[in-house]
Design a protein around this ligand. Sequence first.
Ligand SMILES: Cc1ncc(COP(=O)(O)O)c(C=O)c1O
Length: 380
Amino acid sequence: MPDIAPHIARMPGSGVRHILERALRRPGTIILAVGEPGEVAGAEIRDAAADAWRAGAIRYTPNGGIPALREAIRSKLARENGLEVHPEQIWVTVGATQALYLAMALTLSRGDEILVPDPGYTTFTMNAHLLQAVPVPYPLRPQRAFQPDLAELEALVTPRTRALIVNTPSNPLGSTFDRETLQALLALARRHDLWLISDEVYERFTWGEPHVSPATLDADRRVLSVFSMSKTYAMTGARVGWLVTPPGWRQTMLRVQESVVSCVDEPSQRAAAAALTGDQAAVQRSAAHYRDNLAAATAALDARGLRYLAPTGAFYLWIDVSHVSAGDVVAWCERLLDERGVAVAPGSAFGASGEGWIRVCVASDRAELLEGIGRIPAPT
Ligand SMILES: Cc1ncc(COP(=O)(O)O)c(C=O)c1O
């Protein structure tokens, strides 16, 4: 039998999935390990998809997406992000996951290096492996409140570096980069002629300063922006996101999108258009729910003397458990699950800098969240 391509065989798996699967084998576990919104999208969003199915709208659509959705996205980007783009720069994708894959496939050749945040979302690293590129982690450290050290980052640039990934608000950290930091990262990208791939899937959930889209600061068209319907509208399984490319990429994108997925299914696209053009009250309710959950959870952690990164975005809490994890946070998370019935994501699943930390998702039920957090041993 022939072998699977060796670079695929070497690809790391997701440490979060590993904990989740273990948790699912133990009924009654409090699951705080996955980034899933607590609710599901509203009835008018689901109806739009159901109506599309009933009307038989299940044929191929244009590669870039149905015009109504591209226009809804264009208008959303102008209104909320201050980003003026032509609909032809917007490519509807199978979630942000496919948009990230495209952004990396479009910019990286075999052996090229890409700077990825550490701790950072696991797909950044996994995609790099898939594309036979080299993920180079740039550390985000507690000493700097998990903000990038620009001198250290710049020292990681080599002649093979092609791109820099920025994810604000951050999964797993629940932190954000401000305008000055983004400007500095863009200046660095300009100095070394790098692409900047911006993952903005948590853009609607910020707990202080409003979200800044790096493309609004981009003077020379080097930013590729990745967005998603998943978290904002609680429709993770509908699989709709989009990539915003620099202008003039239409012919390339037609070929690339055709070869990867051809198009996203139309019922999901119609649901996304309904979500973007409909009442936004549910998004505000979700944001309020996450903010209140974060306030309750951080108060509980404070009361017990547990250290965490003060959250400024997304719906995660990044908690220091180094007083109990003894240098192996994966093993400690497995014990927490087996002995105390709580599933949390080990920080090291997001990169070496995450050792000694855990990520807790605060998106669902508050009572469960507080019960789960209460089972994390406090420092003595
Ligand atoms: C930072 C980040 N980017 C991208 C994604 C993928 O989102 P989607 O469901 O749109 O594929 C996630 C999902 O958890 C994420 O946390």
